[in-house]
Ligand binder design. Structure first.
Ligand code: FAD
Length: 396
C-alpha cells in the first residue's frame, strides 16, 4: 500500500515535519514522528523538510516502464455539433508548445464520419489525427470514448494525454487513467515541460486555492491532465507538413449496461460566459440584490455577458452559470469590467485569460487592482448608473 515510511533509526523527533505538514497528518508520539494515513495526502513536503532524511513516500505499483517508449502529446478532440468544442483548440495550442519543447508529435484523438471533418484539427497544428467512426446510435459516448483512448494509448504509447474539463472530459479522463493505471491531474491552469527531466509539469490550485501545486507523474505513463475551457488561448497553429488523418477501429466494448435514449442540450442561463468577448462582472460590493439589475442593464447596453463572484451565487442573486473562478468558469474575454469584486485568489484563477480588465472598487488597496489594467476607485453603484445614463443617452 502507498504511504509514508518513517525510519525510527533516523528520526530524532524534532517535529520539523509536524510544522511543515499542510494536512495535519503528522505528530510526535513517544519521541518519534508518526503519520495518520487517513489524513496524509502523500504530498512529500515532510520528506523535503526532514533534516535527517528519516521520511520517505512509498508508492504502490510503480510501473516498470521504458519511459522513452512513451512519446507524443495527445489531445482528446471533443465533438460539438458539426465541429469541435472550443476547448479542443485551446488544448491543441498548448499541446503544440509542449510537443515542440519535447521534439515530439502533437496528435488528436476524435470520433467522426470522415477525414474531411478533421480539417480544423490539422489546421490547428496537429501532426496526426486518429479518427474513429462514432458509436452505434444510442450507445453512450463516455465508455466508447474511454475505450477508444485507452485502447489506442496501450497500443501507441503517448507520453501525455490532455482532456478538456467539460462534462464529457471530466467523465472520460478518470476512466482512461484507471484503465491505464496512471495518474491524472484535474483542472490544470498551467502545463509546461521540465527542462531536465522532460516530465510534464501540471500546475493547479491546491488547498482551497491558497497555493499552486505543481504535480509530475514520474513513474507512470501516460501523463494525464484536464484543463478547464477558457484557461489557455486558442491560437491558429497552421497546418504542418505531412499532417495526416489515420482511421482507427472502434473499441471492442462489453454489451452496454445502459443506453442513451435521447440527448438534448438544456437551455442554460449565462452559458455564454466562456466564449464571451465582453463581460460585466459583479461582486459583493454591489450591496443589495436590486442593484444586480444595474449590472444586467449595463451588460445589455454593451452586448456583454454577466459574470459574478461566488458570494452572489451563494446568496441566490445570480445562478451558478454566472460564477467566475476556481469553482466556477474560467473566462478569457477581450474586456472584463468588474464592479465590487475584491480579487480573492479563487476568483482571480478564473480571469487570468482576460485581455483587458477594468476594475471598479471603493477600496484603493483592493487586490483586484494588482490584476487590473485600469483601476477605478469609487462607488460601483454610482459608476454603474453613470455608465448606463451615458450609454442610454448615446442610444437616443
Ligand atoms: C475552495 C474555494 C473556492 C472558491 N471559489 C470561488 C470562485 O470560483 N469564485 C469566486 O468568486 N470566489 C470563490 N471563492 C470565494 C473567494 O474566496 C472570495 O470569498 C470571493 O471571491 C469574494 O467575493 P467578492 O469579491 O464579491 O466579495 P468580497 O471579498 O467581500 O469583496 C467585496 C469588494 O467590494 C468592495 N466594495 C464594497 N462596497 C463597494 C462599493 N459601494 N463600490 C465599490 N466597491 C465596493 C470592497 O472593497 C471589496 O473589495 C472560493 C473560496 C474557496 C475557499
Amino acid at each position: 500500500m502507498s504511504g509514508l515510511r518513517i525510519d525510527a533509526e533516523k528520526c530524532v523527533g524534532c517535529g520539523a515535519c509536524v510544522s511543515a505538514c499542510p494536512s495535519g497528518a503528522l505528530k510526535i508520539t513517544d519521541g518519534l514522528a508518526a503519520a495518520d494515513a487517513g489524513a496524509c495526502v502523500l504530498c512529500g513536503i515532510c520528506v523535503d523538510t526532514c533534516p535527517t532524511g528519516a521520511i520517505a513516500v512509498e508508492k504502490e505499483g510503480a510501473q516498470d516502464l521504458d519511459l522513452s517508449a512513451w512519446r507524443d502529446v495527445w489531445v482528446f478532440a471533443q465533438r460539438e455539433g458539426d465541429g469541435f468544442h472550443p476547448v479542443t483548440f485551446e488544448l491543441l495550442t498548448q499541446g503544440r508548445q509542449l510537443a515542440d519543447q519535447l521534439g515530439q508529435r502533437l496528435c488528436a484523438v476524435t470520433v467522426g464520419e470522415g477525414p474531411e471533418e478533421c480539417a480544423p484539427l490539422l489546421d490547428a497544428g496537429c501532426d496526426l489525427v486518429y479518427l474513429c467512426p462514432p458509436p452505434e446510435e444510442g450507445r453512450r459516448l463516455e465508455p466508447f470514448c474511454a475505450g477508444l483512448v485507452a485502447g489506442l494509448a496501450e497500443e501507441r504509447r503517448p507520453g501525455a494525454v490532455l482532456f478538456g474539463a467539460t462534462p464529457l472530459g471530466r467523465s472520460l479522463a478518470p476512466r482512461v487513467a484507471a484503465r491505464l493505471g496512471t495518474g491524472l491531474t484535474a483542472d490544470c491552469t498551467q502545463l509546461d515541460v521540465d527542462r531536465e527531466t522532460g516530465l510534464l509539469r501540471q500546475t493547479r490550485p491546491a488547498f482551497g486555492g491558497n497555493l499552486m501545486a505543481t504535480i509530475v507523474c514520474p513513474h507512470h505513463r501516460p501523463q494525464m491532465a484536464t484543463v478547464r475551457p477558457g484557461v489557455f488561448p486558442a491560437l491558429a497553429g497552421g497546418r504542418r507538413p505531412g499532417a495526416r488523418v489515420e482511421a482507427v477501429e472502434p473499441p471492442v466494448l462489453p454489451p452496454p449496461a445502459t443506453w442513451e435514449l435521447t440527448a438534448a442540450r438544456a437551455a442554460r442561463e449565462g452559458a455564454g460566459l466562456p466564449g464571451a468577448e465582453v463581460i460585466v462582472s459583479v461582486g459583493r460590493g454591489i450591496g443589495v440584490r436590486k442593484n444586480v439589475k444595474l449590472v444586467e442593464r449595463l451588460a445589455q447596453l454593451l452586448g456583454a455577458e454577466v459574470g459574478c463572484s461566488r458570494p452572489l451565487v451563494e446568496a441566490g442573486w445570480l445562478s451558478y452559470d454566472h460564477q467566475i473562478g476556481q469553482t466556477g468558469v474560467s473566462v478569457s474575454p477581450k474586456l472584463l469590467i468588474t464592479f465590487g469584486i475584491s480579487g480573492a485568489i479563487q476568483h482571480l484563477a478564473g480571469i487570468a485569460g482576460a485581455e483587458r480588465i477594468v476594475a471598479v472598487n471603493s477600496d484603493p488597496d483592493a487586490p483586484i487592482f494588482a490584476q487590473a489594467h485600469e483601476a477605478v476607485v469609487g462607488d460601483c453603484v454610482e459608476i454603474l448608473e453613470e455608465m448606463i445614463r451615458a450609454l442610454e443617452g448615446r442610444a437616443d
